[in-house]
Design a binder for this molecule. Structure first.
Ligand code: ATP
Ligand code: MG
Length: 288
């Protein structure tokens, strides 16, 4: 093909910037009720910055007791950032600044009296990639109870480790090799080990950031089943890119876009009758 022919190709009009429907007259005020009758945590007027760049804008959201709230939205919309506000994991990131209030049982998580280490025991986190410590299965689970002084003696500790592994649905698979490295387990088992580690300190809230994204469908199904079980005792906030997963495991869903909480409501309503155009575009696969 020579240059003349290349230049002769007509440029279709659509090559102008594509019309992104959602960007026209965007109203990003949250649609839906962000409160719940029995909040475990309350996020109020939260703004988050990385240096000069703002990542979260005026977010208000309650985390309900014994319930699962799913946080969904396109990549980069701030889901992980908001999740990290809840247990002050953002403190560990240089240049990250959080404004506003996050309350747990009426106390400001960012208040001077709050000890972030204790907070993180009350608000546990499970990450996208399973990250067991390079220790035995037993010691992975025993770690939190030990450092927080939650057990009196070895018998107590063994009890906590067994119960946590059982609640995480892992005990049967590992009970004969508790002294072996946690890193030697399969991905799905490692993620359940991390869940066992998180629940060993009896947290009140568990934050899960795409906990199944590295897992196969069988391991994913186990974790989802487990989330349903854990909900009886814990409050859970889960970030997921899977709409099916959000629909299966959560009672409430929050849809984020460019750092704004665009819509929140019961999972059923969000997936069947979304009110905001952006939510609808996302859940029908037209955006994101
Ligand atoms: N450590 C960081 N330093 C600077 N900017 C960051 C940092 N972490 C996140 N950001 C920025 O903040 C915004 C929100 O990022 P965040 O990781 O919270 O998005 P997300 O919704 O979790 O995305 P994904 O679905 O890809 O995980 C993005 O613009 C991102 O580039
Ligand atoms: Mg993320």
């Amino acid at each position: 093909m020579n240059t003349t022919e290349t230049l002769a190709i007509p440029i279709p009009e659509q090559l102008d910037p594509p019309a992104v429907t959602g960007k026209v007259d965007l109203d990003l005020t949250t649609v839906g009720d962000f409160t719940v009758p029995d909040p475990r945590m309350k996020i109020r007027d939260v703004n988050v910055f990385y240096g000069q760049k703002q990542a979260i804008y005026d977010v208000n959201l309650d985390i309900g007791s014994n319930a699962v709230v799913a946080m969904i939205g396109p990549s980069g919309c701030g889901k992980t950032t908001l999740l990290r506000c809840l247990n002050r994991m953002n403190d560990t990131i240089d240049g990250c600044r959080v404004e506003g209030q996050v309350e747990m049982d009426g106390k400001n998580v960012y208040g001077r009296k709050m000890d972030p280490v204790l907070l993180r025991a009350r608000v546990g986190m499970v990450f996208q990639k399973p990250n067991p410590f390079p220790k035995s299965i037993f010691d992975n689970v025993a770690y939190g109870p030990r450092i927080h002084g939650l057990v009196r003696d070895r018998t107590d500790l063994e009890e906590v480790v067994h119960t946590s592994l059982e609640r995480a649905g892992l005990l049967d698979e590992v009970k004969d090799r508790l002294d072996q490295p946690g890193t030697g387990l399969s991905g799905g088992q490692q993620q359940r080990l991390c869940i066992a580690r998180a629940i060993a300190v009896s947290p009140e809230v568990i934050l899960m950031d795409e906990p199944c994204s590295a897992l196969d469908p069988i391991a994913t199904a186990r974790i989802e089943e487990l989330i349903g079980e854990l909900r009886k005792n814990f409050s859970i906030a889960i970030v997921t890119h899977s709409m099916q997963q959000a629909a299966r495991v959560s009672q409430r869903t929050a849809y984020f876009h460019l750092g704004y909480l665009v819509e929140v409501g019961s999972t059923k309503d969000i997936f069947t009758t979304p009110k905001h155009q952006l939510t609808e575009e996302y859940i029908t696969g037209r955006f994101g």
